[in-house]
Design a protein around this ligand. Structure first.
Ligand code: GLP
Length: 257
């Protein structure tokens, strides 16, 4: 696990963008896993600013609310279309998000899982982290070998995400999410977190026990995981981990001299 701590969220986004740019430069048809939420926004901004060519990448969103259609402004399909596809110039035909209005959500989840496999798997999965340690919508506890499926959202997650909706009661109660097993199979994980509000979750994910009770802790087992944090999100890591962060800073200066 590689931890890169930067001074600001914008710098974290830029650093994360360098990793994405390195992948797509080497592999223009790479398969990306896309995250929503506020955490990856600085990454998407940096990719736009640096004009990284993403026209040929394929992409799969991490999750979608059940009951929201692709035209719904709060749906993740719309968010991804707005914040990623249109802004960064991806081909909409190559980007997929689970259908939150599918007649049979379980079947939709199984088909989604299959389409990721058919695409050859995900090369780089972008991740945020929930304040309760969730990854995508894998709430605690979630099985490490779980696949794309229908899940019930934790109350805390619904509260955290209420800011994106008109009223807290509008936040859906269920979602379709890539499973932890699905996410773990990505060849590279890139988790971005910023702000004091994520510091505790980051510390537990990086230094706590690896347990299904804290889904993000699975990242410790991944052979190629990078965390890009701003100073506030890194603030509760042990001094030893901060030494790793210093190594990350060196790496960052190697990637971007
Ligand atoms: C949502 C998403 C997650 C995301 C998390 C954190 O619940 N399903 O994929 O990582 O929220 O969001 P934010 O980055 O806005 O804090």
């Amino acid at each position: 696990m590689r931890i890169i701590a930067t001074d600001t969220a914008a710098e974290a986004g830029f650093t994360a963008a360098l990793l994405v740019a390195a992948l797509v430069t080497a592999q223009p048809t790479a398969v990306l896993g896309l995250a929503t939420g506020s955490s990856p926004q600085t990454l998407y901004e940096a990719l736009e600013r640096e004009n990284v060519d993403l026209r040929r990448v394929r992409a799969f969103s991490l999750d979608e609310y059940l009951g929201l259609g692709h035209a719904d402004p709060e749906s993740y399909a719309q968010t991804i279309r707005r914040d990623v596809v249109e802004r960064l110039g991806l081909d909409p035909a190559l980007v997929r998000t689970p259908d939150g209005l599918a007649d049979d959500p379980r079947q939709e989840a199984a088909e989604y899982e299959r389409s990721i496999r058919d695409a050859g798997g995900i090369d780089l999965q972008i991740l945020g982290i929930g304040s309760n340690g969730h990854l995508a919508f894998n709430e605690p506890p979630s099985a490490f070998d779980s696949r794309t499926r229908v899940v019930e959202l934790a109350q805390r997650t619904r509260q955290d995400n209420a800011r994106f909706f008109r009223a807290a009661a509008d936040v859906p109660t269920h979602a379709i999410t890539q499973g932890l097993g699905t996410i773990f199979e990505a060849r590279q994980l890139l988790l971005i977190a910023h702000g004091e509000g994520k510091a505790q979750a980051v510390a537990r994910a990086v230094e706590g026990p690896v347990t299904e009770d804290f889904p993000a802790s699975l990242i410790q087992r991944h052979p190629r995981a990078t965390l890009v944090l701003d100073g506030a999100a890194a603030s509760r890591l042990q001094p030893g981990a901060l030494a790793t962060a210093a190594c990350g800073a060196q790496l960052r200066s190697r990637v971007s001299p």
